[in-house]
Design a protein around this ligand. Sequence first.
Ligand code: ZN
Ligand code: ZN
Length: 658
Amino acid sequence: MNIFYYDIAIPIPVRETFTYKSKEILKSGSRVAVKFRNKDIVGYVVQQLNDMPDFSTTEVSEILDSEPIFKPSDMQIILWLADYYHHPLGEVFDTFCPPALRKITKTDSLLSVEEPIYSILEKDKQFELNKEQESCIKEIKSLRGFDPCLLYGVTGSGKTEIYLQTAGFYLSKGSSILILVPEISLTPQLQERFINRFGANIGIYHSRQTPKQRYNVWQKARNGEIKIVIGTRSAILSPLTNLGLIIIDEEHDQSYKQHEGFRFSARDVGIKRAQIEKIPIILGTATPSLQTLKLVEDKKYKQVNLLKRANGSKPPGFITLDINDSKLESGIAKESLDAIKNTLNRNKQALVFINRRGFSPLYECNNCRWVAECKSCDARLVFHHGLDRLICHRCESAYGLPTRCPECSSSNLSLQGSGTERIELFLEKYFKDTDIIRLDHDTTKKKGSLDEIIEKVHESNSAILVGTQMLAKGHDFPKVELGVILNCDAGITSPDINSLEKISQLLIQVSGRVGRRDSNGKVLIQTRYPEDKNLKELKSGDYLHFALKNLKQKKELHHPPYSAVCLLRASSPLADHNIKFLSKVANTLNIESEISAIGPIPSIISKTRGNLRHHLIIQTGSKTLLNKYVKDVIDSILSWDETKKVRWFFDIDPIDYS
Ligand SMILES: [Zn+2]
Ligand SMILES: [Zn+2]
């Protein structure tokens, strides 16, 4: 009897794969049940081994898939991901496997289904394209093979209509289309537009769905029953048959990068997939990332432009409001309140943006300046009015409100500063009988709450929307005429390597929610730095000009995207352990002239969940070099004693240095 040997990836945080045997031939990319450390778990078949190993092996317990769930091109991407991000292979497989299939369960067999027909529905009126949009579509239709294209469209320029008509073109050729959005909150509106245009046969895939819902969409895509999938990060390997086009909407958005665990960029995976499957990819945005702009400059990506708003309206103007001498009420200046009142009187909506949730970010003793902090993180506690608790935004620990200062026993304690919740409550009192609608992490936790909020915005006439980043992203709220930005100063003064890119995108994106139907929109920026030169330039609203200048500086400074950077983070209960470990890595790397390791540096958030955090910034000329050196150093790290005392990970292409 023949026995075959296989490399199997197990979803645990170790870098090796494991050898199992089987009497049957297993296909790469399929799942098997295996015994591992006395447990039955799912393993992923990587490849067959040519030789019999010289150690004893266990037999695969069960074959779970008759057809591989990852096809050869997916396997190429998954192996690339594990290599590029230096992440355990089994966990990479798990990330892109529908949750229902991470358990020992068989896949339904593939059906032979009739090709769905997508016809353009009568009830959806296709927009008359303007000249600019027409030439844009023409260029997109001419993309062939792996052909990345930046669709630079100012906010309100009708990118969605371009997506719809492009999708129609690909569907008519029998291809399927994958559309990635950065936030779950953006799926309903895009879904609605696609359903109105092409009927109900649209797959939605994101992490708020039940495992069953996700499996259904996954299986339908695989069977060819649906040809359009709209989803967030993990949808990027959606098994659509005959994929013809990938669209990455809001390509600049930082939500494409996973912040925990497997820190991959779904945008970059999309580009990899397009490259391997030899298909075009469209990166749509009003605020392109510097990375994308560089690739356009290098002539590796094409660029098509939509520089006018679709309905001819002018984008809103920016006005900076010097608040150095203003008395603020819950963080809002009198001038801003007057502007809001004005907007409401005209039966329009105003939007108040603040980058902070909760009621108040500071609970302070007015006698000795003691500040309430989390016991296990170095984070200040944020007061949440609705919960009547101080909450740590790092570890979600909740604390009661002390009535006396623990340092000096004074009862003279007060809440300082504002978050979305305080602003909401203040505005409710100030503008009685006006709808105040809050959109942030806390108001959208419950299932269905997001849809309700968005519906309320559309139903209300004069209303005030209060929110965090979530409010700034891609929404189309036609009645909003005024934007008030409360705390952009932190972004302007931040020493972060990419803070200018972030703040410029944010300002433009907030302004993009304003005045989408007529030319009366304006955006007030409350600031203590009205003379800041970057702020002055951004006020012109010309993002591209600002970004290209920023890019030039990056080139001179050899900062990314003109170099490759990664972060090595270490955490442990003792600072000394982190420093010894990181210093040893730095010393190992700094022997090479092509690479520099800066640090160890205490991280900005230096303590979290009881652990102290330090990091190294590792920089080199190219991604290939970085990959090689990190790989070499990981090989050494694994044998050190210093390594056993810390938790560590590499963050490749980091966007968060805190
Ligand atoms: Zn005190
Ligand atoms: Zn905490």
